[in-house]
Design a protein around this ligand. Structure first.
Ligand code: COI
Length: 353
Protein backbone atom coordinates (compact mmCIF):
# COMPACT_ATOMS: atom_id res chain seq x y z
CA UNK A 1 0.00 0.00 0.00
CA UNK A 2 1.27 3.52 -0.81
CA UNK A 3 2.16 5.67 2.20
CA UNK A 4 -0.29 8.53 3.00
CA UNK A 5 1.96 11.06 1.26
CA UNK A 6 1.18 9.30 -2.01
CA UNK A 7 4.89 8.94 -2.73
CA UNK A 8 6.07 6.07 -4.87
CA UNK A 9 7.39 3.05 -3.04
CA UNK A 10 9.08 0.00 -4.44
CA UNK A 11 8.40 -3.57 -3.62
CA UNK A 12 10.30 -6.42 -5.12
CA UNK A 13 9.37 -9.83 -6.35
CA UNK A 14 11.70 -12.62 -5.35
CA UNK A 15 12.53 -14.50 -8.55
CA UNK A 16 15.42 -16.89 -8.48
CA UNK A 17 18.05 -15.26 -10.70
CA UNK A 18 20.08 -18.46 -10.99
CA UNK A 19 17.10 -20.44 -12.24
CA UNK A 20 16.11 -17.80 -14.79
CA UNK A 21 19.68 -17.52 -15.99
CA UNK A 22 20.09 -21.27 -16.45
CA UNK A 23 17.01 -21.34 -18.70
CA UNK A 24 18.20 -18.73 -21.20
CA UNK A 25 18.90 -19.94 -24.70
CA UNK A 26 21.43 -17.33 -25.81
CA UNK A 27 21.08 -18.45 -29.44
CA UNK A 28 17.37 -17.62 -29.51
CA UNK A 29 17.28 -14.13 -28.04
CA UNK A 30 14.69 -11.85 -29.59
CA UNK A 31 13.51 -8.47 -28.35
CA UNK A 32 11.38 -9.63 -25.43
CA UNK A 33 11.63 -8.85 -21.73
CA UNK A 34 13.80 -11.17 -19.68
CA UNK A 35 13.61 -9.85 -16.11
CA UNK A 36 17.06 -9.62 -14.56
CA UNK A 37 18.39 -9.14 -11.02
CA UNK A 38 18.64 -5.43 -10.20
CA UNK A 39 17.21 -2.10 -11.20
CA UNK A 40 18.37 1.37 -10.30
CA UNK A 41 16.11 3.95 -8.66
CA UNK A 42 16.71 7.60 -7.83
CA UNK A 43 14.12 10.16 -6.77
CA UNK A 44 13.69 13.85 -6.78
CA UNK A 45 11.08 15.68 -4.70
CA UNK A 46 10.38 19.32 -4.02
CA UNK A 47 14.02 20.39 -3.99
CA UNK A 48 14.31 19.40 -7.69
CA UNK A 49 17.66 17.65 -7.39
CA UNK A 50 18.13 13.95 -7.89
CA UNK A 51 20.23 12.25 -5.23
CA UNK A 52 20.79 9.04 -3.30
CA UNK A 53 20.12 6.65 -6.14
CA UNK A 54 20.58 2.96 -5.45
CA UNK A 55 20.21 -0.52 -6.83
CA UNK A 56 17.35 -2.65 -5.63
CA UNK A 57 16.16 -6.08 -6.69
CA UNK A 58 14.16 -5.96 -9.94
CA UNK A 59 10.44 -5.94 -9.25
CA UNK A 60 7.11 -4.19 -9.51
CA UNK A 61 6.79 -0.60 -8.48
CA UNK A 62 3.86 0.90 -6.61
CA UNK A 63 2.58 4.42 -7.02
CA UNK A 64 -0.40 6.63 -6.34
CA UNK A 65 -3.31 6.25 -8.81
CA UNK A 66 -2.95 10.00 -9.32
CA UNK A 67 0.75 9.82 -10.30
CA UNK A 68 1.60 12.31 -13.07
CA UNK A 69 2.82 9.55 -15.39
CA UNK A 70 -0.42 7.53 -15.06
CA UNK A 71 -2.77 10.47 -15.58
CA UNK A 72 -0.97 12.91 -17.82
CA UNK A 73 1.78 10.78 -19.36
CA UNK A 74 4.56 12.90 -17.89
CA UNK A 75 7.44 10.61 -18.71
CA UNK A 76 10.43 9.89 -20.90
CA UNK A 77 12.16 6.71 -21.89
CA UNK A 78 15.65 6.01 -23.17
CA UNK A 79 17.33 3.01 -24.73
CA UNK A 80 20.99 2.06 -24.92
CA UNK A 81 22.97 -1.13 -25.08
CA UNK A 82 25.90 -2.85 -23.36
CA UNK A 83 27.95 -5.36 -25.37
CA UNK A 84 30.34 -8.01 -24.13
CA UNK A 85 33.71 -7.82 -25.87
CA UNK A 86 35.17 -10.84 -27.61
CA UNK A 87 37.44 -11.55 -24.62
CA UNK A 88 34.20 -12.44 -22.82
CA UNK A 89 35.04 -10.19 -19.84
CA UNK A 90 34.92 -6.50 -20.64
CA UNK A 91 31.59 -4.83 -21.25
CA UNK A 92 31.17 -1.69 -23.36
CA UNK A 93 28.46 0.96 -23.36
CA UNK A 94 27.85 2.96 -26.50
CA UNK A 95 27.66 6.77 -26.13
CA UNK A 96 25.67 6.83 -22.85
CA UNK A 97 26.28 10.59 -22.54
CA UNK A 98 24.15 11.09 -25.66
CA UNK A 99 21.17 9.37 -24.06
CA UNK A 100 21.72 11.37 -20.88
CA UNK A 101 21.69 14.63 -22.81
CA UNK A 102 18.60 13.61 -24.78
CA UNK A 103 16.81 12.82 -21.53
CA UNK A 104 17.73 16.28 -20.22
CA UNK A 105 16.33 17.87 -23.38
CA UNK A 106 13.12 15.85 -23.07
CA UNK A 107 12.80 16.72 -19.38
CA UNK A 108 12.98 20.39 -20.23
CA UNK A 109 10.15 19.94 -22.78
CA UNK A 110 7.97 18.05 -20.27
CA UNK A 111 8.71 20.34 -17.29
CA UNK A 112 10.56 17.69 -15.31
CA UNK A 113 13.84 17.84 -13.40
CA UNK A 114 16.40 15.38 -14.76
CA UNK A 115 19.53 13.66 -13.51
CA UNK A 116 22.79 15.26 -14.63
CA UNK A 117 24.70 13.61 -17.47
CA UNK A 118 27.20 12.31 -14.90
CA UNK A 119 24.45 10.88 -12.66
CA UNK A 120 22.82 9.20 -15.66
CA UNK A 121 26.03 7.60 -16.91
CA UNK A 122 27.06 6.49 -13.41
CA UNK A 123 23.62 4.95 -12.83
CA UNK A 124 23.80 3.07 -16.13
CA UNK A 125 27.26 1.74 -15.24
CA UNK A 126 26.06 0.59 -11.81
CA UNK A 127 23.04 -1.14 -13.36
CA UNK A 128 25.19 -2.98 -15.88
CA UNK A 129 27.81 -3.96 -13.31
CA UNK A 130 25.18 -5.34 -10.94
CA UNK A 131 23.65 -7.37 -13.79
CA UNK A 132 26.88 -8.11 -15.64
CA UNK A 133 26.29 -11.83 -16.10
CA UNK A 134 23.11 -10.97 -18.05
CA UNK A 135 25.13 -9.29 -20.81
CA UNK A 136 24.94 -11.96 -23.54
CA UNK A 137 28.08 -13.79 -24.68
CA UNK A 138 29.97 -12.13 -27.57
CA UNK A 139 28.02 -12.38 -30.82
CA UNK A 140 24.75 -13.44 -29.15
CA UNK A 141 23.18 -10.04 -28.49
CA UNK A 142 23.40 -7.23 -25.98
CA UNK A 143 21.98 -5.97 -22.72
CA UNK A 144 19.27 -3.44 -23.63
CA UNK A 145 19.15 -0.76 -20.94
CA UNK A 146 15.92 1.16 -20.46
CA UNK A 147 16.17 4.35 -18.35
CA UNK A 148 12.85 5.99 -17.46
CA UNK A 149 12.14 9.41 -16.02
CA UNK A 150 8.59 9.65 -14.73
CA UNK A 151 6.36 12.02 -12.81
CA UNK A 152 5.70 9.60 -9.96
CA UNK A 153 4.11 11.97 -7.45
CA UNK A 154 0.33 12.44 -7.08
CA UNK A 155 -1.38 15.27 -8.90
CA UNK A 156 -5.05 15.81 -9.76
CA UNK A 157 -5.16 19.18 -11.51
CA UNK A 158 -3.19 19.64 -14.73
CA UNK A 159 0.28 20.40 -13.47
CA UNK A 160 3.75 18.88 -13.31
CA UNK A 161 4.04 16.16 -10.66
CA UNK A 162 5.46 16.91 -7.19
CA UNK A 163 7.86 13.92 -7.27
CA UNK A 164 9.97 12.31 -10.00
CA UNK A 165 11.56 8.91 -10.30
CA UNK A 166 14.53 8.00 -12.47
CA UNK A 167 14.56 4.25 -12.92
CA UNK A 168 16.75 1.93 -14.99
CA UNK A 169 15.96 -1.66 -15.82
CA UNK A 170 17.50 -3.88 -18.46
CA UNK A 171 17.00 -7.06 -20.44
CA UNK A 172 19.25 -9.25 -22.61
CA UNK A 173 18.12 -8.92 -26.23
CA UNK A 174 18.90 -10.18 -29.70
CA UNK A 175 17.71 -8.75 -33.01
CA UNK A 176 14.62 -6.56 -33.12
CA UNK A 177 13.67 -7.62 -36.64
CA UNK A 178 14.60 -10.81 -38.40
CA UNK A 179 15.81 -9.65 -41.79
CA UNK A 180 15.04 -6.81 -44.20
CA UNK A 181 11.84 -4.77 -43.72
CA UNK A 182 8.74 -4.58 -45.86
CA UNK A 183 7.30 -1.11 -45.18
CA UNK A 184 4.05 0.63 -46.00
CA UNK A 185 3.74 4.42 -46.14
CA UNK A 186 1.07 5.62 -43.71
CA UNK A 187 -0.74 8.64 -45.14
CA UNK A 188 -3.60 9.12 -42.65
CA UNK A 189 -2.25 8.74 -39.14
CA UNK A 190 0.73 10.74 -37.95
CA UNK A 191 3.45 10.13 -35.41
CA UNK A 192 4.39 13.74 -34.62
CA UNK A 193 3.21 17.28 -35.23
CA UNK A 194 5.15 20.56 -35.36
CA UNK A 195 5.52 21.97 -31.86
CA UNK A 196 4.67 18.58 -30.32
CA UNK A 197 6.97 16.06 -28.68
CA UNK A 198 8.18 14.01 -31.67
CA UNK A 199 11.71 15.33 -31.18
CA UNK A 200 12.03 14.03 -27.60
CA UNK A 201 11.62 10.52 -26.28
CA UNK A 202 8.28 11.08 -24.53
CA UNK A 203 6.53 7.85 -23.55
CA UNK A 204 3.38 9.31 -25.13
CA UNK A 205 4.97 9.19 -28.61
CA UNK A 206 4.75 5.44 -28.73
CA UNK A 207 1.21 4.15 -28.11
CA UNK A 208 -0.38 6.49 -30.70
CA UNK A 209 1.67 4.59 -33.28
CA UNK A 210 0.23 1.19 -32.36
CA UNK A 211 -2.88 1.56 -34.51
CA UNK A 212 -1.02 2.15 -37.77
CA UNK A 213 1.59 -0.45 -36.88
CA UNK A 214 -0.99 -3.09 -35.97
CA UNK A 215 -2.94 -2.50 -39.19
CA UNK A 216 0.26 -2.69 -41.22
CA UNK A 217 1.29 -5.97 -39.58
CA UNK A 218 -2.18 -7.42 -40.18
CA UNK A 219 -1.66 -6.62 -43.87
CA UNK A 220 1.70 -8.41 -43.98
CA UNK A 221 4.04 -5.41 -43.58
CA UNK A 222 6.82 -5.18 -41.00
CA UNK A 223 6.27 -1.55 -40.06
CA UNK A 224 4.95 1.82 -41.24
CA UNK A 225 6.77 4.83 -42.61
CA UNK A 226 5.13 8.05 -41.40
CA UNK A 227 4.79 11.26 -43.41
CA UNK A 228 5.02 14.78 -42.02
CA UNK A 229 1.71 15.99 -40.54
CA UNK A 230 1.86 19.45 -42.08
CA UNK A 231 2.04 18.63 -45.80
CA UNK A 232 1.83 14.84 -45.94
CA UNK A 233 4.53 15.00 -48.62
CA UNK A 234 7.78 14.20 -46.81
CA UNK A 235 8.92 11.03 -45.10
CA UNK A 236 9.70 11.25 -41.38
CA UNK A 237 10.41 8.01 -39.54
CA UNK A 238 9.10 4.54 -38.71
CA UNK A 239 7.23 3.58 -35.51
CA UNK A 240 10.40 3.67 -33.46
CA UNK A 241 13.43 4.26 -35.67
CA UNK A 242 14.96 6.70 -38.13
CA UNK A 243 15.16 6.21 -41.89
CA UNK A 244 17.95 6.76 -44.43
CA UNK A 245 17.92 6.63 -48.21
CA UNK A 246 20.94 5.94 -50.39
CA UNK A 247 21.33 7.16 -53.96
CA UNK A 248 24.79 6.69 -55.46
CA UNK A 249 27.31 8.28 -53.09
CA UNK A 250 24.69 10.35 -51.26
CA UNK A 251 23.10 9.23 -47.99
CA UNK A 252 20.11 11.29 -46.84
CA UNK A 253 17.94 11.30 -43.76
CA UNK A 254 15.06 13.61 -42.74
CA UNK A 255 16.29 16.72 -40.92
CA UNK A 256 15.36 16.99 -37.24
CA UNK A 257 13.14 20.06 -36.86
CA UNK A 258 11.20 18.86 -33.83
CA UNK A 259 9.18 16.02 -35.38
CA UNK A 260 12.03 13.54 -35.87
CA UNK A 261 13.68 11.77 -32.94
CA UNK A 262 17.41 12.66 -32.90
CA UNK A 263 18.58 9.05 -32.69
CA UNK A 264 22.00 8.22 -31.26
CA UNK A 265 22.42 5.52 -33.90
CA UNK A 266 21.22 7.99 -36.57
CA UNK A 267 23.90 10.48 -35.52
CA UNK A 268 26.61 7.80 -35.29
CA UNK A 269 25.77 6.39 -38.73
CA UNK A 270 25.97 9.87 -40.26
CA UNK A 271 29.39 10.35 -38.68
CA UNK A 272 30.65 6.94 -39.86
CA UNK A 273 29.26 7.50 -43.38
CA UNK A 274 31.05 10.85 -43.53
CA UNK A 275 34.40 9.25 -42.59
CA UNK A 276 33.79 6.62 -45.33
CA UNK A 277 33.58 9.48 -47.86
CA UNK A 278 29.83 9.51 -48.50
CA UNK A 279 27.99 12.77 -48.94
CA UNK A 280 25.65 12.90 -45.95
CA UNK A 281 22.56 15.10 -46.09
CA UNK A 282 19.89 15.99 -43.53
CA UNK A 283 17.00 17.43 -45.51
CA UNK A 284 13.32 17.27 -46.35
CA UNK A 285 12.81 14.00 -48.24
CA UNK A 286 9.73 13.98 -50.52
CA UNK A 287 8.07 10.58 -50.61
CA UNK A 288 8.75 10.52 -54.39
CA UNK A 289 12.49 10.22 -53.61
CA UNK A 290 11.75 6.66 -52.50
CA UNK A 291 11.15 5.77 -56.15
CA UNK A 292 14.67 6.79 -57.12
CA UNK A 293 16.65 5.39 -54.16
CA UNK A 294 19.09 2.48 -54.50
CA UNK A 295 18.80 1.49 -50.87
CA UNK A 296 16.80 2.29 -47.77
CA UNK A 297 17.71 1.42 -44.22
CA UNK A 298 16.54 2.32 -40.74
CA UNK A 299 18.52 2.95 -37.58
CA UNK A 300 17.81 2.84 -33.87
CA UNK A 301 19.29 1.47 -30.66
CA UNK A 302 16.96 -1.51 -30.66
CA UNK A 303 17.02 -1.87 -34.47
CA UNK A 304 20.76 -1.10 -34.94
CA UNK A 305 20.94 -0.79 -38.78
CA UNK A 306 18.21 -2.69 -40.59
CA UNK A 307 17.89 -2.80 -44.39
CA UNK A 308 14.54 -2.16 -46.07
CA UNK A 309 13.66 -4.59 -48.86
CA UNK A 310 10.54 -2.82 -50.15
CA UNK A 311 8.12 0.02 -49.58
CA UNK A 312 4.48 0.23 -50.64
CA UNK A 313 2.88 3.62 -51.23
CA UNK A 314 -0.62 3.96 -52.69
CA UNK A 315 -0.47 0.32 -53.84
CA UNK A 316 2.81 0.88 -55.71
CA UNK A 317 5.63 -1.32 -54.44
CA UNK A 318 9.31 -0.38 -54.80
CA UNK A 319 12.14 -2.82 -54.11
CA UNK A 320 15.64 -2.03 -52.85
CA UNK A 321 19.05 -3.61 -52.81
CA UNK A 322 19.86 -5.62 -49.66
CA UNK A 323 22.72 -7.94 -48.68
CA UNK A 324 26.45 -7.93 -48.12
CA UNK A 325 27.31 -5.53 -50.96
CA UNK A 326 25.15 -2.67 -49.72
CA UNK A 327 26.11 0.64 -48.12
CA UNK A 328 23.93 -0.15 -45.12
CA UNK A 329 25.79 -3.42 -44.54
CA UNK A 330 29.14 -1.62 -44.64
CA UNK A 331 27.86 0.92 -42.10
CA UNK A 332 26.38 -1.85 -39.93
CA UNK A 333 29.69 -3.72 -39.84
CA UNK A 334 31.59 -0.61 -38.76
CA UNK A 335 29.03 0.47 -36.15
CA UNK A 336 28.69 -2.94 -34.52
CA UNK A 337 32.47 -3.45 -34.77
CA UNK A 338 32.97 -0.32 -32.66
CA UNK A 339 30.12 -1.18 -30.28
CA UNK A 340 31.52 -4.63 -29.55
CA UNK A 341 35.18 -3.64 -29.45
CA UNK A 342 36.08 -5.70 -32.57
CA UNK A 343 37.08 -2.50 -34.39
CA UNK A 344 39.24 0.16 -32.77
CA UNK A 345 37.06 2.99 -31.46
CA UNK A 346 38.78 6.01 -32.96
CA UNK A 347 35.70 8.13 -32.22
CA UNK A 348 35.91 7.68 -28.43
CA UNK A 349 32.30 6.50 -28.31
CA UNK A 350 32.56 3.42 -26.15
CA UNK A 351 32.68 3.46 -22.35
CA UNK A 352 34.07 0.50 -20.47
CA UNK A 353 31.95 -0.57 -17.52
C1 COI B 1 15.18 2.12 -29.13
O1 COI B 1 15.64 1.87 -30.23
O2 COI B 1 15.88 2.11 -28.11
C2 COI B 1 13.78 2.47 -28.97
O3 COI B 1 13.45 3.27 -28.14
C3 COI B 1 12.80 1.71 -29.73
C4 COI B 1 11.95 0.96 -28.80
C5 COI B 1 10.69 1.72 -28.53
C6 COI B 1 11.69 -0.42 -29.28
Amino acid sequence: MAPPSGQTTFQTTGNSGAEKYANINWDELGFGLIPIDYMYVMKCCEEKNFSDGNLIPYGNIEMSPSAGILNYGQGLLEGLKAYRKEDGCDVLLFRPDQNAQRMKNGAERLCMPSPSVEQFVEAVKQTVLANKHWVPPPGKGSLYIRPLLIGSGPILGMSPAPEYTFLIYASPVGNYHKGPLNLVVEDKLHRATPGGTGGVKAVTNYSPVFKAMTQAKANGFSDVLFLDALTGKNIEELSACNIFIVKGNVISTPATHGTILPGVTRKSIMEIAFTFGYQVEEREIPVEDLLEADELFCTGTAMVVNPVACVTYHNKRVEYKTGAETVSHKLYVMLTGIQTGRIEDKMGWTVKV
